[in-house]
Design a protein around this ligand. Structure first.
Ligand code: CMC
Length: 435
């Protein structure tokens, strides 16, 4: 439970039709205070209106903090730069789930608990065989992750803390196995079983790229880069997919179904699908000479084209994840001896030009994490269609931490937004022959 519960910080007055309504203001540990409108409707018969939740806090949380103006991202108080440099993904998983960095024995136990669950029920393989070979890995992930609830009945009782814990471990442990299987299936290669003496990310790389006919040695520089990418994607407070997981979970749905809902939401190009879209855009631009044309299109109101990997709902400054991502991009290309990658050239020049352009300056549009992740993942050997599946793999821990936090909140209520109705008022039904 959150020891830093929100505290009272005064009140705000709303005047409407000569009546005044006193609304409590609450303060958290960081970030803007919030106006508590929970009793507003009952007292005033007014709803608030905020499509897209641009000014609405949907929950109280002590997991992740973002200061979009200053470009700060903290997991449980630790800065993303620190974690990216010094930690590893599994340790970050522990941190997000349990609130603190683990002590040595805790880490050993956690590592064992996760590696203990990396295999999936053998019958799940049949699910894969039901998909077309050219199915998008995210289509497969939505299906097979949801299907976990049909296999692990002993961890779907959300009211049992032990079952919640087991489900959390299972999801974190099995998602790399499922993502690797989705990839293997798409290229017609046999599934590679997990090897539990390997680290989390090394294991995933092996399940993805090894073939039974050859030895596979994990390159530590590439494993470190991918592990860092996982850290950078692990959580991001109440983004669209996390809010989807919370909303699904608020009805009491089981954790596997909730994470499948999060995966579905993440798939969209405005969210997790942006890394794929950003790489396709860089490929489409093709060369530095074409950049001005694409900048012009991005600024044209009548053209739906946007610079993918640019802009963010919350960051109105450089996305702090993008900095670490850019470093890993260079590390991977150096390790692979790629010194003149044409896509990297286009990306760096596009970034330079956009950051000097008044349109992007005025709207505070900076590169986000997805701008460099596509180039890095491509260099690591992943096809574009796998990019969002990798994001889902990494974000699973964030979704679960948020889902657990929500269930442990004594104030949990089913999520049920209201609306501003603008449709027809009541009218009488006319039978078909009288219309
Ligand atoms: N290229 C050109 N113009 C842009 C862009 C862009 N990438 N992003 C925003 N704008 C403009 C937009 O046209 C609007 O202009 P105006 O005020 O004149 O109408 C203004 O900036 C504000 O945009 P918005 O769509 O109202 O902002 P939002 O907060 O609703 O959207 C966003 C945020 C991330 C969906 C948007 O910036 C975008 O579509 N970016 C490209 C997709 C992308 O890279 N997504 C990955 C986000 S990071 C990964 C994640 O967390 O999921």
């Amino acid at each position: 439970m959150n020891p830093n519960k929100a505290v009272a910080a005064g009140s705000a007055t709303l005047m409407y039709q000569n009546k005044s309504f006193e609304l409590p203001v609450l303060a958290g540990t960081e970030g803007p205070n919030v106006v508590d409108i929970r009793k507003l409707y009952g007292e005033s018969d007014l709803f608030t209106y905020d499509p897209g939740f641009t000014s609405t806090a949907s929950c109280e949380s002590d997991i992740t903090f973002i200061d979009g103006d200053r470009g700060i991202l903290l997991y449980r108080g630790y800065s993303i730069d620190d974690l990216a440099e010094h930690s590893n993904f599994l340790e970050v998983c522990f941190l997000l789930l349990y609130g603190n960095l683990p002590e040595k024995a805790e880490m050993q136990r956690f590592h064992k608990a996760i590696t203990h669950h990396t295999m999936v029920h053998e019958q799940l393989a049949s699910f894969f065989h039901g998909f077309r070979r050219d199915a998008h890995p995210m289509a497969i992930m939505c299906g097979v992750v949801g299907a976990l609830s049909a296999f692990y009945h002993d961890s779907t009782d959300i009211n049992d803390p032990h079952q919640r814990e087991i489900a959390s471990h299972r999801l974190i442990a099995k998602i790399p196995t499922l993502a690797a299987m989705a990839y293997k299936y798409s290229i017609g290669q046999p599934f590679v079983y997990p090897l539990n003496h390997l680290g989390y990310t090394e294991n995933f790389l092996r399940m993805t790229f090894a073939v039974p006919a050859e030895d596979y040695k994990v390159n530590p520089v590439l494993a470190k880069a991918l592990d860092t990418i996982f850290i950078l994607h692990a959580d991001h407070e109440q983004n669209a997919s996390t809010s989807t997981v919370r909303l699904a979970g608020s009805s009491g749905a089981n954790p596997f179904a909730c994470i499948a809902a999060g995966i579905a939401c993440l798939w969209g190009p405005a969210h997790g699908g942006a890394n794929e879209a950003a790489l396709r855009m860089l490929e489409e631009i093709g060369s530095v000479d074409h950049i001005p044309e694409y900048i012009r299109r991005a600024k044209d109101k009548d053209d739906p084209f946007r610079l993918m990997g640019f802009g963010h709902r919350v960051y109105k400054n450089y996305d702090p994840r993008a900095k670490a991502m850019q470093q890993q991009c260079h590390a991977v290309l150096d390790e692979l001896g790629v010194h003149d990658d044409p896509l990297l050239k286009v990306a760096m020049e596009l970034e330079r030009i956009a950051l000097q352009d008044e349109y992007f300056i005025d709207k505070k549009l900076y590169p986000n994490i997805d701008f460099y992740s596509g180039i890095t993942l491509k260099a690591l050997g992943f096809p574009t269609s796998m990019f969002t599946a990798l994001f889902a793999l990494a974000r699973t821990v964030g979704w679960i931490a948020q889902w657990k936090e929500m269930l442990e909140d004594p104030e949990l209520k089913i999520g049920r937004p209201r609306q501003l109705y603008t449709g027809a008022s009541r009218r009488d039904y006319l039978p078909l022959n009288q219309r």
